[in-house]
Design a protein around this ligand. Structure first.
Ligand code: ZN
Ligand code: ZN
Length: 138
C-alpha cells in the first residue's frame, strides 16, 4: 500500500474505489499533477470516474491536510502528496517540471524580526526557478 493510502486509512477516510484511485495516482516522489492530469491518469485505472469526482476528492484531500495545493505563476494548480515533509519547489521556467527541494537552513528563521511586521509567521513558500536538464539540452 502506498504512503498516501496508508495515511488516509489511518485517518479513517472512507476509501471508495474512486477515492482510492485518486490517492493511487497522487502517490510517489516529486508528484505535482494538475487536476486534469490526475483525472486523465485516474481514468486509466477506473474508466468511469468523472472529472467532478476527481475535483471533489482533491478538495477533500487538501482539506484533510494530506495533499498540498501548489500554485505556480499563471499555470494550473498542482497537487502534491508530500504534505508532511516541509519542502520548497524548484520549477523549470520552460516546461513547468517541479522538483521537491530542501534548502539548508530554516526559511522562517531567515526572515528578520524587523520585517515580520508583528505577524506570528507560520510558514514560507520558496520557489526556485531555472531550466531543467531536458530544457537546457535543447
Ligand atoms: Zn524543463
Ligand atoms: Zn512538492
Amino acid at each position: 500500500m502506498s504512503d498516501l493510502l496508508a495515511r488516509l486509512r489511518e485517518q479513517g477516510w472512507r476509501l471508495t474505489a474512486q477515492r482510492r484511485v485518486v490517492a493511487e495516482v497522487l502517490d510517489g516522489e516529486h508528484v505535482h499533477l494538475t487536476a486534469d492530469e490526475v483525472h486523465a491518469r485516474a481514468v486509466g485505472l477506473l474508466p468511469e470516474i468523472s472529472r467532478a469526482t476527481v475535483y471533489n476528492t482533491l478538495g477533500e484531500l487538501v482539506s484533510l491536510g494530506e495533499v498540498l495545493e501548489v500554485s505556480t505563476d499563471g499555470r494550473a494548480k498542482r497537487y502534491d502528496p508530500n504534505a508532511h515533509h516541509s519542502h520548497q519547489h524548484l520549477i523549470c521556467s520552460s516546461c513547468g517540471t517541479i522538483r521537491d527541494v530542501h534548502p539548508s537552513g530554516d526559511p522562517l528563521a531567515a526572515l528578520p524580526a524587523a520585517e515580520r511586521f508583528g505577524f506570528a509567521v507560520s510558514g514560507a513558500e520558496i520557489t526556485y526557478r531555472g531550466l531543467c536538464p531536458d530544457c537546457r539540452a535543447h
